[in-house]
Design a protein around this ligand. Structure first.
Ligand SMILES: C[S@@+](CC[C@H](N)C(=O)[O-])C[C@H]1O[C@@H](n2cnc3c(N)ncnc32)[C@H](O)[C@@H]1O
Length: 230
């Protein structure tokens, strides 16, 4: 047999459920959250749409990747309350900067006191306008090839446009992360008219064929693609 028997079983979920003792063990033995980051996560979970935040193990992985590539500049599309932006900011050196894009002023306003509590607020540069406008502005300002990390987690309809622009803004060796790439399994057979599922599926295909990046697709959260710019 090529795999032990438990591997052969058809499983609906790629990972154990989040409340399973094994998953809780994994989190308790690996997640190290700054107290303000933890407070932000708990506060966010109380909000409507709170579960659209990155999971703590995803955010920690991205922060560790930022440390690994010695990131100074990060892009974060889809701020929400700033959980990912704060995790990245805490991983950057004092002069580092996270440019984070959001269209709804409410969630970042809720999170900002915790960015301040973590003393990371000066590193978080919130741009309250559509992410495409911010990305085009950065490109027009000559910032192509200057970012070390980019996280694409805003609306999915524009994800291909975000991917292309972020790839231009990243330096070679930079890391591009895209959460929610399994779209609750709907990428397998998107229903006609489900634009988000269709966009995610077509982005996954585009990235698979893209010779400009090395890739991994991790089964964390609802799927997390990492693309490393060559
Ligand atoms: C999935 S949430 C992001 C979660 C965030 N990364 C975190 O870890 O908490 C997506 C966010 O993207 C924002 N968004 C939607 N369309 C956008 C756009 N065109 N430009 C910028 N942000 C947008 C939404 O308002 C929402 O807050």
């Amino acid at each position: 047999r090529r795999w032990p028997p438990w591997r052969c079983r058809r499983q609906r979920c790629l990972l154990p459920p989040e409340d399973s003792p094994l998953w809780q063990y994994l989190l308790s033995r690996s997640v190290r959250e700054h107290p303000a980051l933890r407070s932000l996560r708990l506060l966010t979970l109380e909000q409507p749409q709170g579960d659209s935040m990155l999971t703590c193990e995803q955010a920690q992985l991205l922060a560790n990747l930022a440390r690994l590539v010695k990131a100074q500049k990060a892009l974060d599309l889809g701020t929400f309350t700033g959980y990912c932006a704060l995790a990245l900011a805490l991983a950057l050196p004092p002069a580092g900067r996270v440019v984070t894009c959001e269209v709804d002023a409410g969630p970042p306003a809720l999170g900002r006191p915790l960015w301040q509590q973590a003393e990371a607020e000066p590193k978080i540069d919130l741009r309250l306008r559509p992410a495409l406008e911010t990305l085009d502005g950065l490109l027009a300002a000559g910032e192509a090839g200057t970012f070390d990390v980019a996280v694409v987690d805003a609306d999915k309809e524009n994800c291909a446009a975000y991917y292309e622009r972020c790839l231009q803004l990243l330096r070679p060796g930079g890391v591009l992360a895209i959460p929610r790439v399994l779209w609750q399994g709907k990428v397998l057979q998107p229903q006609k008219g489900n634009k988000e599922a269709e966009s995610v599926r077509s982005l996954n295909e585009r990235i698979r064929r893209d010779a400009r990046v090395h890739i991994s697709l991790l089964p964390l959260g609802d799927g997390l693609t990492l693309a490393f710019k060559i």
